[in-house]
Ligand binder design. Structure first.
Ligand code: M6R
Length: 608
């Protein structure tokens, strides 16, 4: 939620900040703002409701000069998305400007205290409260801004990534984080600060990921000065940024979502690289090697995740139980954290997250640790909070996913799940060697089959045209196709705002069948596996009630093909996710929806 970006150096800050905000816009896009200190020590703050382009239009005739600035794109938590509530917020004296990603939970009590001390507030945000709290500490304790931020943060409950700029100090920014991400890029005589590395890519490769509860003084001509909020000095750990510019641009596609759908064959290869060895028929997952025994002998493997990542976990549970015969539970992180689950040191908890910043998943990790379990991660974003909070993990290597609706990240998570199941099966001896070898060979062929599916999915657009105006849609599948049905339905509702539900196909007759009539399209995932005949019966049940059938079928299918109104063919394998993505994508485009930035959503959900 919310993207923050800041710059200090020799260049004009404004263009760097605007470009940075555009790259971070996937994190929130209901309002945006910028604060710049010009050469006359004037603090210019511009804010606009809407997108970064609205901010640009608003600031087009204003003074945007200055070599130091902070900027923000917002996903509202406190107060409606309007100009007053947009960041940066400025302190009562007008000396301090601050941007914030996160939530200050005790802001109301702090606000009351500050009001008693004469502060007044223009907005209804927690961020303005924090800005004035810092100013109050600075004035009453007679300390510099670095110290004031540190002291103030000791009074705060909640999550924050903040950057603070002060009039009269054109060579310095103060930043801090807890629970919300922050990365600092170190250039040649300049610094870049951002919520993630995307605004920094192409500018410098030297980065420092700030740790929780650290405050940093970023001053030109000096090394980074990092302290904890408890006043303990810390050394900056400088790392090399591996991301490149191509990975964060649209590469000729109309939307990031489509680009990311087409990246799937490549990212599956990337996810398997160095792990899957089809010559030796082995899988090696270096990141979790030292925890393999715990996984093997775990009472339960417990997956915790949210949204799409939760669907990938469900696929993982089917595979691990089926192939490796280890009991698996799948939990919504948001429920797990509050329902007092029975977790013991004999369980292994695996947190799955694309962004690595999801607040509920982080809280679930914390709880699992308190209960003594080993906690592993399956994460896409390197250096993210979840990757650092877990004992060990597996990176999915899907590259930056900019479209808010998750696509290739799910594919890469499922790829990891298959490899994990195969590795555990190998260790456990629960599969015959030739059976496991066949599985590994098939996994190795998935990228080409995915490519075939993408190359032959042009007609999905015609199906989308046919159904773009429906109000409801049902997605049905069995076994590991059931989570895929859930995911297909989630994609459709997320980006096209059509109500859609996913069910295990056999559950249809326990309720949803009442919805079936001539206006209800049902997407069946009817590929050729053990429950195929049963799915065919379900198709018949829909047909008998005049429902419209869109079936994802294997190339050699005969039965489902005859019954369906439309079919989408895939090769004889399980790479069936792409057609569902393409269907949701085309329907959303035809309905004029913003595919990459659907309403009310944000890419990384860093609040509960
Ligand atoms: O970054 P995470 O995988 O932890 O995010 C979890 C969900 O917020 C996310 O998958 C969400 O459901 C996506 N918008 C789905 O497209």
């Amino acid at each position: 939620m919310c993207g923050i970006v800041a710059y200090i150096g020799q260049q004009e800050a404004y263009p760097i900040l605007i470009e940075g905000l555009k790259r971070l816009e996937y994190r929130g896009y209901d309002s945006a703002g910028v604060a710049l200190l010009n050469e006359n020590n004037e603090l210019n703050v511009y804010k606009a409701k809407g997108k970064v382009s609205d901010l640009e239009a608003f600031a087009s005739s204003k003074d945007v000069s200055g070599h130091i600035g902070i900027a923000h794109t917002r996903w509202a938590t406190h107060g409606e998305p309007n100009q007053v509530n947009a960041h940066p917020h400025v302190s009562q004296s007008g000396n301090i400007a601050l941007i914030h990603n996160g939530i200050i939970e005790n802001y109301l009590s702090i606000r009351k205290e500050l009001e008693k001390r004469g502060f007044t507030f223009k907005s209804s945000t927690d961020t303005e409260v924090l800005t004035n709290l810092i100013e109050d500490v600075q004035q009453s304790e007679h300390v510099d801004l670095f110290e004031a931020v540190r002291i103030a943060l000791n009074h705060v409950v909640g999550a924050y990534a903040i950057v603070v700029l002060e009039k009269g100090h054109p060579d310095q920014l103060i930043a801090a984080r807890k629970g919300s991400p922050m990365v600092i890029g170190i250039g040649d005589g300049e610094y870049f600060i951002a919520s993630d590395a995307t605004p920094i890519v192409g500018r410098t490769q030297k980065v420092v990921y700030l740790e929780d509860e650290q405050v940093v003084k970023i001053k030109l001509g000096e090394e980074l000065h990092i302290k904890t909020i408890q006043d303990v000095e810390a050394m900056p750990y400088v790392q090399e940024l591996k991301m490149n510019l191509d990975s964060i641009e649209k590469a000729g596609f109309d939307h990031f979502m489509m680009k990311e759908i087409y990246e799937q064959p490549t990212i599956v290869r990337d996810t398997m690289r160095g792990r899957l060895n089809p010559e030796a028929n082995t899988v090696r997952l270096g990141g979790i090697q030292q925890y393999e025994k715990q996984l093997l002998y775990a009472d339960n493997i417990v997956f915790v995740a949210c949204g799409t990542s939760w669907h990938a976990c469900l696929v993982g549970s089917y595979l691990i139980e089926n192939l490796a015969k280890i009991p698996v539970k799948v939990e919504y992180a948001s429920e797990f954290r509050y329902r007092n689950p029975v977790i013991t040191p004999h369980d292994v908890v695996i947190a799955v997250s694309q962004s690595g910043e999801t607040a509920d998943t982080l809280a679930a990790i914390q709880l699992a640790k308190e209960k003594g379990a080993v906690v592993l991660g399956i994460c896409n974003v390197i250096g993210s909070s979840i990757s650092r909070a877990t004992d060990a993990g597996i990176y999915t290597h899907a590259g930056p996913e900019i479209g808010v609706a998750s696509t290739k990240a799910f594919t890469s998570q499922v790829t990891v799940m298959v490899m994990l199941a195969l590795r555990l099966a190998e260790l456990k001896g629960s599969m015959k060697d030739e059976e496991r070898a066949a599985f590994i060979q098939e996994l190795d062929r998935i990228p080409e089959k995915m490519q075939w599916t993408l190359d032959h999915s042009g007609h999905v657009k015609d199906i989308a045209e046919k159904y773009k105006d429906v109000r409801n849609m049902l997605y049905l599948g069995r076994l590991q196709n059931y989570p895929v049905a859930l995911e297909g339905a989630l994609k459709l509702k997320e980006i096209s705002y059509i109500h859609a539900e996913g069910y295990p196909a056999a559950e249809m007759k326990h309720g949803p069948i009442a919805l079936i009539d001539k206006d209800m399209p049902v997407v069946f995932i009817a590929t050729n596996h053990s429950t195929y005949e049963k799915v065919i019966s379900n198709i018949q049940e829909v047909k008998a009630r005049n429902g419209k059938i869109i079936a994802i079928i294997s190339q050699k299918d005969v039965l489902a093909r005859k019954m369906a109104d439309y079919v989408i063919e895939i090769p004889e394998t399980e790479c069936l996710y792409s057609p569902l993505l393409a269907l949701a994508y085309h329907i959303a485009v035809m309905r004029g929806c913003n595919v990459d930035q659907p309403r009310n959503l944000a890419k990384s959900v860093t609040v509960e």
